[in-house]
Design a protein around this ligand. Structure first.
Ligand code: C2E
Ligand code: MG
Ligand code: MG
Length: 256
């Protein structure tokens, strides 16, 4: 029997820009290696995709996220939505929707508390098939967002045909705002596009108060990034929720 690969899921908070409080988390997987410690997903997900192991890893991440979200509700913590990344191979595998249905039922989580993140390139292959799959997931009550938006080759015509809830602006565009005029133009355009399609917009990789101020000015709905917190162990996330840690002036954050 193949030894089971030890993994852990680290939630990173997503924060409402308007209210400043944590409204969700992205569940980010790590491989716990006996000799290398925590190995980031970019180092093993591509291999897992190639070997087909990704479906079982992805299922495990979704199960962990659903169980965790249900446990936080039982503990009476403020409601949050937990996002899980999907890989192309997992999304297109024939048993995928059934496995989602089973995991939702077993964990007894409210489906509205779970979000799936798909990248643009995953969605742009066969739009009718993707629209059908996404519609099934929406009918189960899940939220759907487009990850790393702007780095693929989205057809805007496709975007309006898919039942989406949010676009996540890729970190590479957020990194140099408000200093870089090109990135300012791109982030502004994505926020305007998302809102005109009645989608929420989330900025990834927000690290500074200047970036936050710029994104707030644009009307960006949510942010995620080291400014509030790196991905943390589940207990660490729970502590942030309990303390009701909020975005705000740097001084207030440090005093908290
Ligand atoms: P992603 O979905 O775009 O996740 C965001 C990545 O940006 C995470 O890296 C997160 O730690 C990092 N990040 C967040 N805020 C900041 C910031 O302020 N500054 C900087 N420098 N980085 C920030 P991570 O955890 O290494 O994940 C990398 C990618 O691996 C993810 O990108 C996602 O595509 C993939 N991934 C993670 N977990 C899973 C999973 O369970 N399944 C699949 N298929 N892919 C996963
Ligand atoms: Mg993601
Ligand atoms: Mg991303």
């Amino acid at each position: 029997m193949r030894p089971r690969m030890a993994r852990s899921v680290r939630p990173q908070p997503k924060v409402s820009v308007r209210e400043g409080r944590i409204i969700g988390a992205e569940a980010l997987v790590r491989w716990v290696s006996p000799d290398r410690g925590l190995v980031p997903p970019n180092e093993f997900i591509p291999i897992a995709e190639e070997t087909g192991l990704i479906s079982s890893i992805g299922e495990w991440v979704l199960e962990s996220a659903c169980r965790q979200a249900a446990a936080w509700v039982r503990k009476g913590l403020p409601p949050v939505r937990v996002a899980v990344n999907l890989s192309a191979r997992q999304f297109y595998s024939p048993g995928f929707i059934d496995s989602v249905r089973r995991i939702l039922a077993e964990s007894e989580v409210r489906p509205g508390a779970i979000e799936l993140e798909l990248t643009e390139s995953m969605m742009m292959q066969n739009v009718q098939h993707v629209a059908d799959l996404l519609m099934e997931l929406k009918l189960l009550g899940l939220h759907i967002s487009v990850d790393d938006f702007g780095t693929g080759y989205s057809s805007l015509g496709y975007l309006k045909r898919l039942p989406l809830d949010a676009l996540k602006i890729d970190r590479s565009f957020v990194r140099d705002v408000p200093g870089d005029q090109d990135d300012v133009a791109i982030t502004s355009a994505v926020v305007a596009l998302a809102h005109s399609l009645r989608l929420k917009v989330v900025a990834e990789g927000v690290e500074t108060d200047e970036q936050l101020a710029f994104l707030r000015e644009l009307g960006c709905d949510e942010i995620q990034g080291f400014l509030l917190s790196k991905p943390v162990p589940a207990e660490g996330f729970e502590a942030l929720l309990r303390r009701d840690v909020r975005l705000g002036p740097v001084a207030a954050r440090n005093a908290a």
